[in-house]
Each structure stands twice: as C-alpha cells, then as structure tokens.
Design a protein around this ligand. Sequence first.
Ligand SMILES: [Zn+2]
Length: 451
Amino acid sequence: MVSFLHFPTTSDAFSSLPFNIIKPEDKPAFHLLMEIIFLETGPRSARRQWQKAQLNNLLNHAKQRSKFWRERLEARKISASSFDKLPALTRTEVNQQIADEGSLLSAKDQIQLLSRATSGSTGEPVNFHATSANAIFNEVRAFAQYLIEDRDISLNRCRFHYDPRKPRFSFTDEKTFAGSLSRIFQTGKNAELHYFSLDFDRIITKLSSYKAHYIVCLPQFLEAMVSLKGASIFKQFDTRLVVTYGQATSPAVIEALAQSGIDHTSSYSCEEVGLIGSECRHHKGFFHVAESNVLVEAGDLAVEIDGRECRNLLVTGLHTYATPFIRYDVGDLGELKDRCPCGHEGTVITHLHGRVAATLKLPDGRRRPFFLAAQLLQEIVRYEDLRVRQISSDTVTVEIVAPVPEPDTAERLQTYLEGICGPQFTVMIKFCAQIDWGAASKKHLFLCQAP
Ligand SMILES: [Zn+2]
C-alpha cells in the first residue's frame, strides 16, 4: 500500500480552496516529484516509451536549432530508433558547439538561462548552458531520492563543498532541505559547509553542535576525515549516512564506517546532466539509473579492469535543451545491466570505476583501480599537500609539500608507491613549495594523465 505516513508534512501543507488538495503555487514542484517517482519506480515498458518520446523531442530540437547537430544527425539519418548509430560526443565537440552556436535556447523561449561550468579536474573543462527548468528538476530529483529510498526526512543534512576559488571556511544552515517542496514536507535542517583547507577541528566543532545525520561530501574529504580522526568521529555528529559523489570511495573507508555503524552510499552524477544513478540501498555497487533524467548506454571503448571488461559510459541528458548532451562520453567506465537483484526493473550500472583518470593504466593498455590510502600515506610521511600522477605508460610522479621533510621521507614514499603501483612503474618524488591545482574544484590525490 502506498503510504506517506512516515514522510512528515508541514501543518500548512494543504490548500483551503475548493477542489484543491495542494496549494496552486505548490503544485508544479509537487507534481514533478510525484511524476519522477511514478516514472522511475513504475513499469519499465511505459518508461521506455516516455524516454523514446523525450529523445525524439530533444533530437528534433537540436536539429532545428543547431547546424552542429543537424549535420551530425542528418548525415547518418539518426532518429530515436537508430540512436545507437550516433557517435559518442566528446568534451571537445561540446566546447566547439558552444563556441560556434552558444545556447540553443534564448530569451524568446521565455525561460531563464544559466551558465554552468564543469570543474575540469580530470581533463578539459566545459562551460555550458542550462535553464531554470534544469535547476528545478535537479533540486526535485535530489529530494525524490529520499522518498524513493524510504529515508527519514526529519533528519538533518549537511553538504560539503571544496572551493579553492573562495579560500575561506563558511557554514550556513537553513531549516529545510526540501527546497521548493518545503511548504509541503517537514524535513530536518540543511547546512552547506564550504572549505578550502581541511581545518578539521573547526569542522568538528561545527558538526558536533549541528548534528549532521546525513553528510554529502567528496570521497577525498571522507577519506581524510577517517584517516585523521577515525570513522567513529561521525558518531559525535550523530551521522547515520554518508553519501559520496564524484569518484569511487575506497573500500577500506566504507568498511571503517560500517564498523562504526555508519551507512554509506554513492551518488553518481556529473555537472553537465545532473544525477545519473544512485547506489542501490540493498545491493552495494549496483547503481539504479535516474531514468527520468538520463539514458545511459555502453560505448565502444572496452577496458579491462580487474579482469572484467568495462565500457565507457555514454549519457544523454533528456532535458538538455540549452546545450544538448547526447550520447556524451562522461569519461567513466562501468557495466550495464537490465535489472537489479533487489527487483528494480531498469538500467543498472555495476563495476562503476568512476573516471578513467582515476585508474592506473598498465603498460599493456589494461587498467586497474588505484586507491591511494591517505591514511597510510599520512602514517608513512608527514606532508601538507600531495599529488600523485601517472604521466606516461610507466612513470608515476609524486609532488609533495613538506616544509620540514624527515630524512627518509622520499625513500619511504618511494617504497610505498612502488609497492602499490607494481614493478612496471618508475616512481619519481618531487618536493615543492606548493602544488598548482589550477582552477579545479576537486583535489584528486591521484590522476592518470598517461596518453
Ligand atoms: Zn537495486
């Protein structure tokens, strides 16, 4: 039986007008929420039909408004039925389309246009166009996940943002995380914590008084916190669930959280299209694709990782009308399945290895996951900042900022990294005054930049 009994509503959630249940001003967001849940949890055949119609709309729009897309689609006579013949879209091609044509929506379309940018931390950045409709969809889709996963919405949420462009610590909180649905649903508080350097004592003081039941953060932040303060520190904040995004989280960190009784889940998304998939609550490593937002297909690039053949993932954002992302190669690897063992009937991504750039490329072209344990690194050497990069098929470099290096720092670091990279690799250690992270909004401890 469908029941909303355990999703608290505000005392003022309903309308006093005749023939109205929800207030007219709240209907658009509430309808969108219900439609998303209905579509994503309902019968697969109806969902596929809806996706095909949406895809047709997007292809027709792109053909009408863009020479780039007209040429790309008409040369191969692409329609929603022959969609798999369309080549994968690269970041370079997106940037070219944007440079030549700008947004495919304008003021005439009577929709607010927004400029968006990717962090560019693992490659070429993309400055693209979106609309207020995309922003509303993303906000409502994010809230829908709490209902789909049957989470307690009365708990507090805290989101962490690493932001090198604003080198300061800031913490703001508000009474709800329901956004445009806040007049209907009574949720816990929401906090946004921006940090530049990891001032853990300050973060811990803030979180201890706030009670961060749900924490949303990058894996790098989680790993640093667990390595320096131990996973049990989250008990001090009354944390129940940590949601990571952006990159795979080290299994050792997830295990450490589990031992402290704290649940972990991953959200798979990218700036260009928003949510792509959410990790199944019952089967770890299985990501239910957010099929109200995207289509996900396997590309032609096959990469063997840990003995399994993974493919590059191609994502189509069904609502990307300002800058279309159609069969867009997001740079991640995974396997696709038709259903999840939990019973969910829909596209599921497994063996998601995150960005290709987060794997180690072996000299024979195969790749393997590469988890650098910050905890172990801290135990091996004392440093202020550190970056590891694979720069060629057989060379890994380490940049380290250590103002007063201990005499055998380089030797210990070298031995550790040679051990985890394997004998095919030469490890080079370089001491420096600071690391140039560029404008990237994420600090990746490891990046593969081998051609
Ligand atoms: Zn599942």
